[in-house]
Design a protein around this ligand. Structure first.
Ligand code: NDP
Ligand code: MG
Length: 408
């Protein structure tokens, strides 16, 4: 991370914490019905003197969005799935809450003048356009949607350089690194060490991996998350994505980022400095803390969750990831070395493959195969424009779908 960048972040923090004292921060929750979205609303509900949910956005779960809207009384409730709009509108009409649907409404809502912070808790590529819209409008971003940085990290950093937006990570590993870097000189960073639980199949043989089902993969040993990220954790592509996310978030050379398997998920990540010191942030595997830290603009606000007792975790272990069994993890260094639209291809192929795996249409090992075949097939663009990312995403999805149809 360069010094100027850190100083800007720090300066913005001081301004922002003064701002909090004077007024309630208005939050847009993009993906309010999901795992991160509902935990964000927990924090907002516990801190009404600090936060208000002013915009709620869901994909298609209209019942839950209506329920949340009646409870949190936002200015706007928006549903991506246009076929659910009438139900939303009729349910919320008597309340005066404004309703809308479709992707354009979501993108426009990110620019509403009353919004201070957007929590990007939507899943996959769907986070990219609303995030760009929020950054262009100068909103602060509590970034959960790592796919935005995976797909178009360089473009996002370019936009951030011209915007008043500040990004604070929600992903637990990146939140841990952010916390470790407070007060440190960025020039003294040796390595970012990103921890990985290893997922539900850490101890499985290659032969066993060929036969695991979606139901097996959805049983994550430590974290309770949405379905897509849970499968990404099982393949370890999630860790590859987190390496890419860290590269753009902290503006650090890819070779200075490594992943280490830590099955207990207590050490959320670490930073090694030039004098050999390693700083870590520890805590229970619970997203309330990183969400709360991001909402509070990197300040500490009690989460209301149980504290951790260190003596319950007498043994903390660390091991190297097995790249032969989990080849998806190697895609991070590949994508970062190749640059351009390579990570966009990986992300799009993965989204299609994971969906097919969740519907028992392909096997677990097919996910990596479909990503690699997509990388071979889809045109590489070394300096993609925004439109190139859009086209790459569409073309890769179509191609990955054709591969799945062949397997079936
Ligand atoms: P979930 O699947 O639980 O939730 C996704 C949310 O996005 C839901 O509210 C969903 O609505 C909404 N959504 C889906 N499609 C759209 C769309 N097109 N437009 C707007 N909203 C949409 O995911 P998670 O909460 O697990 O993950 C969210 C993001 O956070 C991901 O990028 C993930 O990688 C990241 N993350 C998650 C962690 C976790 O602990 N869960 C940890 C670290 C990062 P609906 O319910 O209607 O489908
Ligand atoms: Mg994570």
């Amino acid at each position: 991370m360069n010094k100027e960048f850190t100083l800007i972040l720090h300066f913005k923090s001081i301004i922002d914490s003064n701002h909090i004292v004077n007024q309630i921060k208005q939050i847009a929750v993009l993906g309010s019905t999901g795992s991160i979205g509902t935990q964000t609303l927990d924090i907002i509900a516990r801190n009404p003197e600090r936060y208000r949910a002013s915009v709620l956005v869901a994909g298609s779960n209209v019942e839950q969005l209506i329920e949340q809207s009646l409870r949190f009384k936002p200015d706007y409730a928006i549903i991506a799935d246009e076929s659910k709009y009438l139900q939303l509108k009729e349910a919320l009409q008597p309340t005066g809450i404004k309703t809308a649907s479709g992707s354009k409404a979501i993108i426009d809502a990110m620019t509403l003048p009353q919004i201070d912070t957007v929590v990007t808790a939507t899943v996959g590529y769907s986070g990219l356009e609303p995030s760009i819209s929020a950054i262009k409008a100068g909103k602060d971003i509590a970034l959960a949607n790592k796919e935005t940085l995976v797909v178009a990290g360089e473009l996002i950093n370019g936009l951030l350089a011209k915007s008043a937006s500040k990004v604070i990570p929600v992903d637990s590993e990146h939140s841990a690194i952010y916390q470790c870097l407070v007060g440190e000189d960025p020039d003294t960073i040796n390595r970012l060490i990103i921890t990985a639980s290893g997922g539900p199949f850490r101890t499985f043989s290659a032969e066993q991996l060929a036969h695991v089902t979606a139901k097996d993969a959805l049983r994550h040993p430590n974290w309770d998350m949405g379905a897509k990220i849970t499968i990404d954790s099982a393949t370890m592509l999630n860790k590859a994505f987190e390496i890419i996310e860290a590269r753009w978030l902290f503006n650090i050379a890819p070779e200075k980022i490594e992943a280490v398997v830590h099955p207990q998920s207590i050490v959320h990540s670490m930073v090694e400095f030039t004098d050999g010191a390693i700083k870590a942030q520890l805590g229970l595997p619970d997203m309330h803390l990183p969400i709360s830290y991001a909402l509070g603009n990197a300040t500490r606000i009690p989460t209301g969750e149980p504290a951790m007792s260190l003596t319950d975790y007498a043994s903390l272990t660390f091991e190297k990831p097995d790249e032969n069994k989990f080849p998806c993890i190697t895609l991070a260094q590949y994508a970062l070395k190749r640059g351009g639209n390579a990570a966009c291809i990986i992300n799009a192929a993965n989204e299609i493959a994971v969906d097919a795996f969740l519907h028992d249409r392909i096997g677990f090992l097919d996910i990596h195969r479909i990503i690699c075949q997509s990388l071979d097939k889809i045109e590489f663009i070394s300096t993609p424009s925004y439109e190139d990312y859009v086209n790459t995403n569409t073309a890769t999805r179509q191609y990955a779908m054709s591969l799945i149809n062949k397997i079936n």
